[in-house]
Design a protein around this ligand. Structure first.
Ligand code: EPU
Length: 420
């Protein structure tokens, strides 16, 4: 296993290119199961999670070739209908092969993903939505076993206790593209990654309107075809670099990020006193002065993203004054608090709330990464802290940040990867 060693307390300077969005790439790769024709995807980030999806598609009978950030997916004999536990349990995104498989084959057996450190993470909304399309689903030995004689469009309400669901919307939308008649998904996820998936499906010949809004309408078609498609930039990677610039008082330009996908973050940071310059294709952050503490609550898009909650908490831990951070999407996503407190932060958890008493500075320590976004929060803390920080279990980071240490070294950070 590898660890990251960081000599912190230094401001960074330079330009960083934002990679393609992991959470758009995963369902889009799954959507290629809906056609026998070849699809070419550009701007796919090279990550452990996208490699897991490559393995899954290969196990389902696709031929997948990868060249840098381009992935070509074509048929390699008949599709298989079974997604095994070992691939679905390591990455929940794998569960969104269920919709496309059952739509294409009429049957599928996909392992249930189980929970993870950020919470219980049920799949009831996926199953409810797919059942409304005339699909029978039984749970057998930890697998969802789905079958249908013919998919039928329907009106589907997909709101849950914690709001809309990103991957349930993806699963149902993908299946509905090949259903008979119209499907209306109410309380659909509005995330840019869902919009990107809908755009990809439309290029394949699907008839979809309303993507990016809570009501998506899909008129089923008989067949989808292969396409060439470029994935959108990763708004969470971009947000992580913005928060990193603010926490380390750095001068960083992001290239390729879409500002429109980041407004919930930039709005709160501007109010806290951070200055931005927006170019056609760039976001420049020059963090020279201290910020005011600002409380946030996470919500589904266009609200403040849960995937930036941990990184934002690191910034607030370094911002004198009190801020209150509430996670309404994943109320248990606070595992980073204990590690930040080991570095001198003062954060108390009460249920779905983290109460942060900002301090003047953090100090380096040996800490442990626990999940993807919490790991990014610890990297930011290590870069901002005085002295040496060693972060173990960094395989979590490799799931979702392309070449993070290399990108940081390009900005002047002292960060290296060592064997544990
Ligand atoms: N939920 C249910 N029932 C369901 C599905 C979800 O109650 O059937 C609940 C969840 O437990 C959660 C809320 O609904 O409280 C939202 O979960 P959602 O389904 O939207 O999450 P997801 O689709 O499984 C995606 C991202 C996550 C990101 C969430 C929220 C991918 C591959 N994953 O997960 O990304 O946190 O949306 O925005 O797209 C990450 O990249 O680090 C990551 C965890």
């Amino acid at each position: 296993m590898n660890k990251l060693v960081i000599e912190g307390g230094k401001s960074l300077k330079g330009t960083v290119k934002i990679s393609g969005a992991k959470n758009a790439a995963l369902p889009i790769m799954a959507a290629t199961l809906l056609t026998d024709e070849r699809c070419v995807l550009h701007n796919v980030p090279k990550l452990r999670d996208t490699q897991t999806m490559v393995k899954l598609l290969t196990s389902l009978g696709k031929a997948v070739e990868c060249d840098k950030n381009t992935v070509c997916i074509s048929s390699n004999g008949p599709l298989k209908s079974m997604a095994h536990y070992d691939l679905v349990s390591t990455m929940r995104g794998s569960f969104c092969v269920l919709g496309p498989l059952v739509a294409k084959l009429g049957h599928a057996k996909v392992s249930l993903p189980g929970g993870c450190v950020i919470g219980v993470r049920p799949v009831d909304l996926h199953l409810k939505g797919l059942k409304r399309l005339n699909i029978k689903i039984e749970i057998e030995n930890g697998y969802a076993v789905a079958s249908t004689k013919s998919l039928k469009g329907n009106n589907i309400y997909l709101g849950g206790v914690f709001g809309s669901s990103v991957l349930a919307t993806a699963n149902v939308m993908m299946a509905a593209t090949l259903a008979q008649g119209d499907t209306v998904i109410e309380s659909a996820a509005c995330e840019p990654e869902i919009e990107d998936l809908a755009n990809f499906l439309s290029f394949m010949g699907a008839q979809i309107t309303g993507q990016g809004t809570p009501r998506i309408t899909i008129t089923g078609v008989k067949k989808l075809h292969g396409v060439d498609y470029k994935i959108i930039p990763d708004r969470i990677e971009a947000g992580t670099f913005i928060l990193l610039a603010a926490a380390t008082k750095s001068d960083i330009t992001l290239k390729g990020a879409y500002i429109n996908h980041l407004l919930a973050l930039t709005d709160v940071l501007e109010e806290a006193g951070l200055e931005f310059d927006y170019g056609v294709d760039t976001i420049h952050v020059k963090a020279s002065r201290g910020l005011d503490p600002m409380s946030i609550t996470t919500y589904p898009y266009p609200g403040f993203p849960t995937d930036l909650q941990a990184q934002y908490m690191t910034l607030m831990a370094l911002t004198p004054g009190v801020s209150v951070i509430t996670d309404k999407v994943y109320p248990d996503r606070f595992i980073h608090i204990a590690e930040l407190n080991r570095m001198g932060a003062s954060i108390r958890r009460e249920g779905m709330i983290g109460i942060v008493q900002g301090v003047k500075g953090l100090v380096g320590a040996q800490i442990m990464a626990s999940d993807l976004r919490a790991s990014a929060a610890l990297v930011i803390a290590g870069l901002a802290a005085k002295g040496k920080t060693e972060i173990s279990r960094i395989y979590h980071l490799e799931r979702g940040y392309e070449n993070l240490d290399q990108k940081l070294r390009g900005l002047g950070a002292k960060i290296s990867r060592r064997k544990e």
